[in-house]
Ligand binder design. Structure first.
Ligand SMILES: [Fe+2]
Length: 197
């Protein structure tokens, strides 16, 4: 497959990812009770809308339409964010969970944009590289802001008492079962690895 075809696929993935975030970021902003995080999420929502527009320009440059591929990866990352929003944790511990969810979305996008930029550079598409770089810069800055705002929240969270153990929900039980399966599937490979050491 030609690199340009792979690039278009990757870009459609990014376009879907950004559109999904336009819907997910307000939920994070609404869920957070920390004013600093709230304002970061709200500001990044405005940036994300601009990123969608830049991606439209990228597709116009390529003479292609932006739709055509749903980003399953971002759907999964957002799904995990929903879990963080549904947690019974309170105060800073709840916010700590949101930080993890938000950072995952940013780093997922950073990986996507870095890949697209490498491809567009190799293909000699400077206009597209420039547009994608603007998006990448915003993602990197957002991740940095979230991490910086997170530091004092983590400190406060570390001081909060453990909440009493509650019975697992159906969703949590299913997740625990799947995690055991992950471990069991990896076990033979891990055993082979340790035999080699
Ligand atoms: Fe983004």
């Amino acid at each position: 497959m030609a690199l340009k075809t792979v690039l278009i696929d990757e870009l459609r993935d990014m376009y879907s990812a950004e559109n999904q975030l336009v819907k997910a970021l307000p939920k994070l902003a609404k869920g957070s009770k920390n004013p600093k995080l709230k304002s970061i999420f709200t500001a990044h929502l405005a940036e994300t809308k601009g990123q969608v527009e830049r991606l439209k320009k990228v597709f116009a440059e390529l003479g292609e339409k932006p739709t055509g591929q749903h980003c399953n990866g971002m759907e999964g990352v957002i799904e995990e964010g929903k879990d963080a929003l549904e947690k019974d944790e309170e105060g800073s511990s709840f916010e700590a969970g949101l930080i993890g969810a938000a950072l995952r979305t940013e780093h997922y996008e950073i990986a996507g944009y870095e890949t697209c930029i490498s491809m567009a550079t190799a293909l000699g598409l400077p206009k597209i590289v420039k547009l994608l770089n603007s998006n990448l810069k915003e993602e990197l800055a957002a991740a940095k802001k979230i991490t910086a705002a997170g530091a004092p929240i983590m400190k406060l969270s570390a001081k909060e008492p453990e909440s009493p153990k509650e019975p697992k929900s159906g969703k949590e039980k299913y997740s625990a079962k799947k995690s055991k399966e992950d471990e069991a599937k990896a076990a033979p490979d891990l055993a082979a690895e340790s035999a080699m050491v």
